[in-house]
Design a protein around this ligand. Sequence first.
Ligand code: TRP
Length: 425
Amino acid sequence: MSKKTVLTGITTSGTPHIGNYLGAIKPAIEASEKPELDSYFFLADYHALIKCQDPERVAQSSREIAATWLALGLDTDKATFYRQSDIPEITELSWILTCMCSKGLMNRSHAYKASVDANQAAGKSELDDGITMGLFSYPILMAADILMFNADIVPVGKDQIQHIEMTRDIGGRFNSNYQKLFNMPDAQVDEETQLIPGLDGRKMSKSYDNTIPLFCSSDQLNKLIKQVDTDSKQPGEPKDPDSSTVFQLYNCFANEREAQQMREQYAAGIGWGDAKKELFEFLDAKLSAPRAEYNRLMNDLPFVESVLLKGAEKARAKSMPLLDEVRIAAGIRPLPFVPEQQAKKAKKEKSAEDIARAEQGRRRGILMQLKGALEAVANSDDPKAAAIALLEEKSAKLTTLKAKAKDKAENELLILTEELAQYNL
Ligand code: TRP
């Protein structure tokens, strides 16, 4: 059975937080350990330019996200781990796909529509105000990311499902218009990991400003956990773990036994201060080893860079040959290039060798017919005179013949002249 390819990218516009870890990085690293999967994970740095025009932020986020994957134990011998901008084939493919994508499809993109709606709500007369072409055509770049490695499975958040559908749409159009080169990917949405709450109880997200950075210092982690929203129940009052953000964050990292023990403490009326202290100590213990590794890597960026460059080499071994096929399918070719189908047809149309072989056969046929006349010349008393006479006879006949027969006789005469040359005419 051939391996399935799993692929996902993280936009390098922020600091990795607990939601990124549990929702994307952890399940991805687990998938990369499975022998039946081929995994591709990348830093989507060109995607970052869509929403972040602060170069220092984009550069720093790339460092942080790369170091995070490695600190969490990604085995880059198993997975292909690279930076999008190191693979020029992706951006080239993006243009070819742009030409395969109807504008109407992009008009329906949630991200674009949300920006238009926001302009409308703000009473702006220009509904496209502040919207770049990057934002507008961002699903095409994402389609290029995915199609470039012919991914089967794309683990994403719910908000990205539409982009995977668009990828199928765009890739399908290429396949039917040119050549079937792209696989149709499926989105994989893990409902459970979508529910990681942030400090205010809403989904943890940079856009809500409610995140807990994965590798912040112990002190900062403690401070942030103290900010997590709770209800106003007093110590001693039983508490509902399932409606508690403090419990849910604990639960995300806990095994069943640990979760059950904490539930019992909630039922027994643990105070919020103590519950938060338990959460902090628990998380801090879980994160301290990878945090130390993260800090070590952030202090050895040349090493992290070298890992990414090695990953890019691995990725390009796949992307370069596929892009070559894509370009050729679309007609972007070296001038002498003949597509395989036409090359096959040309082969059928006989090579020079075939033609020479056919000519030889024809000559042998004519010689067979002339065999008697040639022998008569050879056996005559004066072969030279006999040869001249034979040629004169045949030449004289020529003038009486019609076009087709004349051609044949001319040919015959030519061969005869060659054969009789031995008599020094
Ligand atoms: N757009 C994705 C996000 O914001 C990141 C991303 C870019 C991605 N290219 C991708 C995810 C390809 C999966 C596959 O979350």
